[in-house]
Design a protein around this ligand. Structure first.
Ligand code: 5AD
Ligand code: SF4
Length: 465
């Protein structure tokens, strides 16, 4: 999954009149799947009388939903726990109990070690066992420590209570929907196959039901989530084996869902039906996050990506033949063990050959337990720094050129919320970039036609046509 910055999960703030007596604060790190999981955890806790708060100091339950993808992401959790320890002591001096929980991939990867290193933690709960969270919280309130890290994913979504319609309405017109979790690819740099377990797909009926609930609550744009979302498969109502392409055709039939997206994909799993969905479904947005990681065949092999640079380029040609206006986004790693100057140049070259409108690029971070961490020829930090700077400069230039080329063009925008300045409205373009409108061009949730008249670094400015 591509990583977003640390963020509050966009949870609805405490709602008077729901009978909630306690408060939960959830802090989300890492990818969109964690954002989705944080919401599902909050939904499960709401049924137990917990209202969400955005103020950590007033929370009876503090949950950190963590990310283990790179060392930095994992270390942030321990520094946050240091601060939380003081907070818990302050609240205790006022006679208030605070339960502290660590969820997500650090919880899965480190388990009991977290309680040893940070005794302030009461609950460690891995991503496959969130349906047991309310129980764990009850035990912790009685003074127990709970560590739950088995893989029980088949049950997870069935046993988590469905979000309430009122909660959904407050979340707005775009939503995530997890369809698949886990990964069987074992790229040699990546912890995901260890923290999220092997690939599991949710059944079609469950996904359709959740999408219909979202649509009924006013959601207009759904992003299907999975660590390997295009490896999703399941039995269709027609008795045939479906892949993500077939699923998208089905979801596009739901009234009210004006836009569909999916993330994150692996190049090996882009099958014909999925490419056909890009050709035939207007509702499938012309935007695709398709990480390539590197451009050198030697490095791709060492990463166990199971494709060459040329395979990737030919795949992009096929996708562009199906949907000429598709915008591509990617993930890149520089300084993988053994990466020479020539290997890095190959990464720069594939970026020039493809052209990305958005990208996430990282210095390789050796993760304990992954094959890459034990490889010889680890690359110097200073070399990684220099390569990352060059790559990011190129990617930023491509992003800027894409935005500039949109000026003067017509497009559609999903209206999301009022903007910062009076009279301004914020919408979302087909390419994810926010669009600022200087007048109310429609109601929240409407998809309206606009003309783009200016491009800034991270947003577009437009007026209704
Ligand atoms: N070091 C650096 N980047 C990594 N990613 C995954 N594992 C590592 C690692 N050990 C990046 C990949 C992936 C994205 C989510 O994070 O580019 O696609
Ligand atoms: Fe990690 Fe590779 Fe699986 Fe993506 S495909 S989650 S990078 S192992």
């Amino acid at each position: 999954m591509s990583e977003t910055t640390t963020m509050q999960a966009g949870l609805p703030a405490s709602n008077p009149g729901t009978g909630a007596t306690k408060k939960v604060f959830v802090k989300t790190y890492g990818c969109q799947m964690n954002v989705y999981d944080s919401q599902r955890m909050a939904d499960a806790l709401a049924a137990d009388g917990y209202a969400a708060t955005e103020v950590m100091e007033e929370a009876d339950l503090v949950l950190l939903n963590t990310c283990h993808i790179r060392e930095k992401a994992a270390e942030k959790v321990y520094s946050e726990l240091g601060r939380i320890r003081k907070l818990k002591a302050e609240r205790a001096s006022l006679g208030r109990d605070t339960v502290i929980g660590v969820a997500g991939c650090v919880a899965q990867a480190e388990g009991e070690e977290i309680v040893r290193r940070a005794p302030v933690v009461d609950i460690v709960i891995g991503p496959q066992t969130y349906h047991r969270l309310p129980d764990a919280v009850r035990k912790a309130r009685d003074g127990g420590k709970v560590v739950e890290t088995d893989y029980a994913i088949e049950d997870k979504f069935e046993r988590l209570p469905a979000p309430r319609r009122a909660e959904l309405r407050r979340r707005g017109v775009t939503a995530f929907l997890t369809v698949q979790e886990g990964c069987d690819k074992f790229c040699t740099f990546c912890v995901v196959p260890y923290t999220r377990g092997s690939e599991v797909s949710r059944p079609v009926a469950q996904i359709v039901r959740e999408a219909e609930q979202l649509a009924a609550a006013g959601v207009r744009e759904i992003t299907l989530l999975g660590q390997n979302v295009n490896a999703w498969h399941g039995e269709g109502p027609d008795g045939r084996q479906w892949g993500l392409g077939e699923l998208l055709f089905r979801l596009a039939e739901i009234a009210g869902i004006g836009r569909l997206r999916y993330t994150t994909s692996h190049p090996r799993d882009m099958d014909d039906a999925l490419i056909a969905a890009h050709r035939d479904l207007d509702r499938l947005m012309p935007y695709l996050h398709l990480p390539v990681q590197a451009g050198s065949d030697r490095i791709l092999k060492a990463m166990n990506r199971r494709h060459t640079a040329d395979d990737y380029l030919r795949l992009i040609d096929r996708i562009r033949a199906a949907r000429p206006d598709i915008a591509l986004s990617g993930d890149f790693i520089v300084g993988f063990p053994g990466e020479t100057d020539a290997d890095f140049e190959a990464t720069m070259q594939i970026v020039r050959d493809v052209t990305f409108v958005q990208a996430f690029s990282f210095k390789y971070s050796p993760r304990p337990g992954t094959p890459g961490a034990d490889m010889d020829a680890q690359v110097d930090e200073s070399v990684k720094d220099e390569r990352l700077q060059r790559l990011q400069a190129l990617l930023a230039r491509q992003q800027r050129e894409f935005a500039d080329a949109l000026v003067g063009r017509k497009t559609d925008v999903l209206i999301e919320k009022p903007g910062r300045s009076p009279g301004q409205w914020v919408g979302r373009s087909p390419w994810l970039m926010p669009v600022i409108l200087d007048e109310k061009a429609g109601e929240i949730g409407d998809i309206v036609d606009v003309r783009i008249n200016r491009a800034a670094a991270n947003s577009l400015f437009a007026q209704a046509v």
